[in-house]
Write a protein that binds this ligand. Structure first.
Ligand SMILES: Cc1cc2nc3c(=O)[nH]c(=O)nc-3n(C[C@H](O)[C@H](O)[C@H](O)COP(=O)(O)O)c2cc1C
Length: 205
């Protein structure tokens, strides 16, 4: 079948089902007034190695109002990307509802705020890895359309990783136990890994 996205109703459902698995940036941020916010975003990836740089795309509007995460990031220039393992998947899911700005989703989800080193918003203590980020730029995608997105590009300025997951050189990716976002309501669990040496056709056990 051939598909022209312009002629396909809800092509985004196809997009979300084929660009998989997507890592989840569980973003904690703070408003200039000090209100703490927490929400997940899966249009997320690394975009540059050095200095370490990530991107996350946040739809500008949810219903009538701008998403709190994007507002906070634009107004303060700071946020934390907390990675999501299987243990905190359900808690993450609870934070994705559209709560009023003054609701702290840490409380809704039963998660614990921990202080960051370089920035003001709290990180998620229960997360195995937290990346403290400083905003570099917001690229407007589809400006003026009702589906406008802000592509947030930010530098990772500090990293928290659980001691048992890092030996000083390698991250134990299996023990990290992260989940990924698929299409619809589906997720995957990164618990089946295989290795291939660069350019080799041999699969390591
Ligand atoms: C797993 C998951 C991934 C999501 N990814 C995105 C995304 O990439 N971009 C986006 O705009 N919304 C995404 N959402 C929806 C936001 O989390 C949701 O709109 C949330 O209410 C935003 O909260 P905020 O207003 O506190 O920022 C996702 C939701 C879930 C559950």
């Amino acid at each position: 079948m051939e598909i022209d996205p312009k002629n396909q109703q809800k092509f985004y459902n196809i997009l979300k089902a084929v660009i998989i698995p997507r890592p989840i940036a569980f973003i904690s941020s703070k408003s200039p007034a000090g209100e703490v916010n927490l929400a997940p975003f899966s249009f997320f990836n690394g975009v540059c190695y050095d200095p370490p740089t990530i991107s996350v795309s946040i739809a500008r509007f949810s219903g009538a109002k701008e998403k709190d995460s994007l507002l906070n990031i634009e107004q303060t220039g700071e946020f934390v990307v907390n990675m999501v393992n299987r243990d905190i998947a359900e808690a993450m899911n609870l934070t994705a509802l559209d709560y009023p700005k003054d609701v702290n989703e840490f409380t809704v989800a039963g998660l614990t705020e921990a202080a960051c080193e370089r920035i003001s918003p709290p990180r998620v203590l229960e997360s195995p890895v937290s990346l403290e980020c400083r905003l570099k730029q917001v690229v407007e995608i589809n400006k003026g359309s009702p589906k406008e997105c802000g592509l947030v590009i930010a530098e990772v300025v500090y990293c928290h990783i659980a001691d048992q997951l890092f030996d000083g050189r390698y991250v134990d990716m299996k023990a990290l136990d992260l989940i990924g976002r698929l299409g619809g309501h589906s997720y995957c669990h990164v618990d089946s890994l295989f290795d291939m040496k660069l350019g080799s056709i041999t699969k390591d056990k």
